[in-house]
Design a protein around this ligand. Structure first.
Ligand SMILES: C[S@@+](CC[C@H](N)C(=O)[O-])C[C@H]1O[C@@H](n2cnc3c(N)ncnc32)[C@H](O)[C@@H]1O
Length: 241
């Protein structure tokens, strides 16, 4: 009897491992995945409340960093990958930029972003695209901005996005953790439970190496210390001629 129970347990363990491997495989292939990308199930209010917490303070930091990203370089068009609720779009200067694309996998985020920034509707175009499986749908732009996004698509997919969109400048913000967790402790933590399946750990040097492989050179690196022992690192790249 005892032996039977053990066998049953083993079978269940094996089954759950197989199901997990299968679902990860389905997810990686992209397209009509059985397993949905977890970002589609996270409400924008949970995400923004978490990011704005005093202990996290990332919404405020990212807002100011985006101001610099949008205005430092001589560009006419930009694409913001993983735009979520459009934090920082108030810094779009429509005299300078004639097109800004906001890209995200979550259509609800994009609907809210469009509504929030109706004042720049002639310039802002929102595209619901899964960067993992649909990168080839993206148009070309002068500058690509990817803030806390490469973590969720990985270096290889990001290189593909850069190759398709052919930007002159690429500006990325990645989060470097000093502890093990990539999501800071907060009352909204449960909302991010599913993210582990798609999260990639970032490192400045690895990102730099990936970009060098596709002929982009680092031109600027900025650091922003966060209150919870994490830091945001902005890396800007320029296409070698
Ligand atoms: C951590 S949030 C960053 C949001 C914003 N850039 C910021 O700095 O606050 C990641 C964003 O990327 C989007 N995202 C994640 N995976 C994606 C994918 N495969 N394709 C397109 N967007 C994706 C999520 O929906 C989310 O809005």
């Amino acid at each position: 009897m005892k032996q039977k129970r053990i066998c049953l347990c083993k079978n269940y363990t094996l089954l759950s491992v197989l199901l997990r491997v299968e679902s990860i495989r389905e997810f990686e292939v992209g397209g009509d995945n059985i397993m949905n990308n977890p970002w589609k199930d996270i409400s924008l209010s949970d995400y923004e409340r978490h990011m704005a917490l005093d202990s996290v303070q990332q919404l405020q930091a990212m807002n100011q960093m985006m101001k610099g990203q949008l205005n430092q370089y001589d560009i006419q068009s930009a694409m913001i990958l993983g735009i979520a609720g459009g934090n920082g779009l108030e810094h779009v200067d429509t005299e300078k930029l004639n097109k800004v694309y906001g890209v995200d996998i979550n259509q609800e985020y994009l609907t809210i972003t469009k509504k929030r920034y109706e004042n720049i509707s002639d310039t802002l175009e929102c595209l619901c695209v899964d960067l993992i499986s649909e990168a080839e749908k993206l148009p070309q732009v002068d500058m690509l901005i990817a803030n806390l996004l490469i973590e969720y698509i990985g270096y290889e997919c990001f290189k593909k996005v850069v190759t398709v969109t052919k930007p002159i400048y690429v500006s990325c913000i990645i989060q470097i953790n000093v502890d093990d967790s990539f999501v800071s402790d907060s009352p909204y933590l449960h909302a991010f439970d599913g993210l582990e399946t798609v999260h990639h750990q970032m490192a400045e040097q690895e990102l730099q190496n990936s970009m060098n492989e596709i002929d982009y050179q680092l031109i600027q690196m900025l650091e922003h210390q966060l209150p919870n022992g994490k830091k945001l690192v902005q890396l800007d790249f320029y296409k070698k001629q």
